[in-house]
Design a protein around this ligand. Structure first.
Ligand SMILES: Cc1ncc(COP(=O)(O)O)c(C=O)c1O
Length: 415
């Protein structure tokens, strides 16, 4: 089956009097724009199949159309920035069912609707800087995992903060090294982003890791923004711990972000949520009232219905598990493959074929398979080392048959 590509083509080149965002620093550049540039002159030899974008193609819940239809009059109203009280209650109730929270969230003060988690993750850095102490204003830092979701870096840039990728530990783990969080670094930091399960490497942060991160951040008045949008796509026996579970009863300094994009295979719905620190959330709500995209009421009603239903989430998770069973079979012993803890990406070591860019070009040219060079998802460290340069990200977002075809072509293309 051939799937239409959804990456944008490269934007027009800058002229001397109109600098292009393409020439801006890495924080402002989309990996997909870079990918479009890389592959723009290459014609694939076979029908195109994109495994580049993390856009779930699983069946969406069957009630979406009916709920939208029942709530059409809501399109005739500007939605309130904070979201419908009923959406915020549904989100708080879902979090209470899903996580062992120290206490229930207050939907009025501690929960907001988002137009997908991306815009919330982006805007949160701006608020973190605004709320930081005068001592942190001079040269504020935002710390990123590496690899990282591009919106974190863009948010840091918009906030006027320097974004600093955290190093990975020598152990080979793909979780940022907490040993790097020295008091001096934290004293200059306004926010730390973390994704668990992580995109792309699928690593799930253990409970004690999250607890230590929160303790370190709190001791230096740093906000922790925990990106949990892959929280329902886990492959082991236990669901991932959420950061609010270890944040104590006041949730101070911590905000969790989630979304229906991955959980409910509704990336185009644009419905997400964030929850946590009431002081932050109050200021965030006020800022968002003038600056953030609202979420249409009918969309929030779909969100309420989706959050109340687990059957479609379990079916979708089972399909991801079946696809990783396939990967276990087809990729065993190749490209450093190991089954991830969660998420829906393969993170393959393609150093044997010249690294991520060379592998992406080769796969596109020979097999029509579109993937993302790992280096596009990472930042180089101070020594110029990019931890993703030898890796390739492959999104397992299609049905089982398409995935089998794709993985067979991938093995052929890289061999
Ligand atoms: C790590 C991560 N965070 C956040 C998002 C944003 O998703 P959404 O805005 O659809 O909730 C994505 C989307 O691919 C992602 O991979």
């Amino acid at each position: 089956m051939s799937v239409a590509l959804s990456e944008t083509k490269a934007v027009p080149v800058a002229s001397p009097d109109r600098p292009s965002i393409v020439d801006a620093g890495p924080a402002a550049r989309s990996p997909f724009v870079r990918l479009a540039e890389l592959l723009s002159d290459i014609a694939p030899a076979k029908p195109a199949l994109s495994l580049a974008v993390g856009e779930p193609q699983h069946a969406m819940p069957d009630f979406v159309g009916a709920v939208l239809a029942a709530n059409l009059p809501g399109f005739g109203r500007y939605p309130a920035g904070k979201g419908l009280p009923s959406f915020r209650k549904a989100a708080a109730d879902w979090m209470a069912r899903r996580y062992a929270l120290p206490r229930p969230l207050d939907p009025e003060r501690e929960v907001l609707v988002l137009n997908g988690s991306r815009e919330g993750l982006f805007a949160a850095a701006i608020l973190a800087r605004r709320l930081a102490s005068p001592a942190k204003q001079k040269a504020p830092l935002v710390l990123l995992p590496n690899p990282f979701y591009a919106a974190y870096g863009a948010g840091a840039e918009a906030a006027g903060c320097e974004s600093v990728p955290l190093p990975l530990p020598a152990s080979g783990s793909w979780l940022p090294d907490l040993e790097a969080l020295t008091p001096a670094l934290l004293e200059a930091t306004v926010a730390i982003y973390l994704a668990s399960p992580a995109n792309p490497q699928g690593t799930i942060a253990p409970r004690d890791y999250l607890a230590r991160l929160v303790a370190l951040a709190r001791a230096h008045q740093v906000m922790v923004f925990s990106d949990e949008c892959y929280s329902e796509i886990w492959l082991g026996d236990e669901p991932p711990t959420g950061i609010l579970e270890v944040a104590g009863p006041d949730y101070a300094n911590v905000v969790a972000f989630n979304s229906l994009s991955k959980r409910s295979s509704l990336p185009g719905l644009r419905c997400g949520l964030c929850a946590g620190d009431a002081t932050f959330m109050e200021a965030f709500a006020e800022f968002r009232n003038v600056a953030a995209p609202q979420v249409p009421e009918p969309v929030q009603h779909v969100g309420i219905a989706a959050l109340a239903d687990e059957a479609h989430v379990i079916a979708s998770r089972d399909l991801y598990k079946a696809k990783f069973d396939l990967a276990d079979r087809l990729l065993a012993g190749r490209f450093g493959y190991s089954r991830p803890d969660g998420g829906f990406f393969l993170w393959l070591d393609v150093s044997a074929v010249g690294g991520g860019e060379a592998a992406a070009v080769r796969l596109w040219q020979r097999e029509g398979i579109r993937t993302v060079p790992g280096g596009y998802l990472c930042r180089s460290d101070a020594a110029g080392r990019n931890p993703g340069v030898n890796y390739l990200r492959v999104a397992l977002v299609h049905d089982l048959a398409t995935t089998e075809d794709a993985l067979t072509r991938l093995v052929a293309g890289l061999s």
